[in-house]
Design a protein around this ligand. Structure first.
Ligand code: ADP
Length: 397
């Protein structure tokens, strides 16, 4: 069966088609600038070939039509008929407390995604537009929603409740939800298949432009670093991560900014970018540090110190630690970041093999010493495959 994965943003739509027989990628692409001038589709197929189309993309339905045309294109296409697409899997940000695992999309599911718009104001409306557009252009094809929040729904109240009046949880749904759940779940699935780790206490470090950590016991999430929104947790590319909430009022009063403006600043102009005053990209921060830029050096220290504190906290929360996994852009590719997070964790039984760590990039492998009590793994994440697998298992008759 061929499965189409859709990740709809407010002005973009990413897609990927996977052949579930061997889980290979048939094609992938991106529609950009939906609803604004300069609409463009980029379609990659046939192992490195590329086709682009510049055309106005009035809305998500027009974008979905363009995707289907690319898929069916006599020259650049990958299928002969829409019927070849067995099902569509949609990435959806927020399922709230009602949608706690992947589900076949029906009216109820769409209503709940809509109900959760206040919790995911940027993503849920876009995800819904993607679903509606798909329904319009391929009404017969079954669709599945896979939620970024779902994996973290196994957290106990002690991990998800904030210490504020309960009415805010009950009436407004304010609690820790966590994000990157599809990635954390995929990694939890891989790590619990390793010999000796079927029953285990694992910290998963998803370190990319957006970063989050999760604590997983026997493959189930018991805590995670992102909260009500993806702003909480460790320092990220442009997000501050956790800070004293009073900072919002403090800046707002002194700089004459609204709370919304301050939170925007914390989301978009903070993190690596703000501290390095150079870039939100980890690679650039390393270049700066190598050139002797003190701000970049401090940025790297703040980043690693923050991630390390979460690893320690989660080891304490789980009563011990059997494995650490690094994944996503920084976690998969950057040995220096992995080394700096693990440095000083010897007291927990973490011993990195520096050679193995240094040579491993973008591939799966064990980077701890044979004598290390805690196994340290690098495992590339694959959210699209996780979505495709869910879509297959929920729609296969
Ligand atoms: P997103 O959260 O947007 O999916 P990614 O998971 O792609 O982000 O991660 C992007 C981050 O990964 C960037 O900060 C980038 O600098 C970092 N990164 C990618 N490759 C490397 C590398 N070789 N060394 C250091 N950082 C890297």
């Amino acid at each position: 069966m061929k499965i189409l994965i859709i990740n709809a943003g407010s002005s973009s739509l990413k897609y990927q088609m996977i052949d579930m027989q061997d889980e290979s990628i048939i094609c992938k692409g991106l529609v950009e600038r939906i609803g604004i001038e300069g609409g463009k589709l980029t379609h990659q197929y046939g192992g490195g070939k590329k086709y682009t189309l510049e055309s106005p993309m009035k809305d998500h339905t027009v974008a979905m039509k363009a995707v289907l045309e690319a898929l069916l294109h006599p020259e650049h296409g990958v299928i002969k008929s829409i019927d070849e697409i067995g099902a569509v899997g949609h990435r959806v940000l927020h399922g709230g407390e009602k949608l706690t695992k992947s589900v076949v999309i029906d009216q109820y599911v769409m209503d709940v995604i809509e109900e959760n718009i206040p919790l995911g104001p940027l993503h849920n409306p876009a995800n819904l537009m993607g679903i509606k557009a798909c329904r319009e252009v391929m009404p017969e094809t079954p669709m599945v929603a896979v939620f970024d929040t779902a994996f973290h729904q196994t957290m106990p109240p002690k991990a998800y409740l904030y210490g504020i009046p309960l009415k805010y949880y009950k009436n407004l749904g304010i609690r820790r939800y966590g994000f990157h759940g599809t990635s954390h779940r995929y990694i939890a699935g891989v790590i619990t298949q390793k010999p000796g780790l079927e029953k285990s206490r694992v910290v998963i470090c998803h370190l990319g432009n957006g970063s989050s950590l999760s604590a997983c016991v026997d493959g189930k999430c018991v805590d995670t670093s992102m909260g009500l929104t993806p702003l909480e947790g460790v320092l990220m590319g442009t997000r501050s991560g956790s800070l004293d909430p009073a900072v919002v009022q403090f800046i707002s009063e002194r700089e004459n900014m609204t709370a919304t403006e301050v939170v925007n600043m914390l989301n978009k102009q903070s993190g690596l970018l703000a501290l390095s005053e150079r870039s939100s990209d980890m690679r650039d921060v390393y270049v700066g540090a190598e050139e002797g830029d003190e701000k970049c050096k401090v940025t790297l220290d703040v980043w690693a110190y923050g991630v390390k504190k979460y690893v320690g906290a989660y080891a304490a929360a789980m009563g011990g630690l059997d494995a650490i996994v690094f994944t996503a852009g920084i976690g998969e590719n950057d040995y220096r970041s992995r080394a700096s997070v693990c440095e000083g964790l010897e007291f927990l039984g973490v011993e990195i093999d520096q050679d193995k760590n240094k040579t491993l990039r973008g591939a799966e492998g064990l980077i701890s010493k044979d004598t290390s009590k805690v196994q340290v793994w690098v495992i590339p994440t694959n959210e699209e495959l996780a979505i495709a697998r869910d879509t297959l298992s929920l729609t296969q008759k």
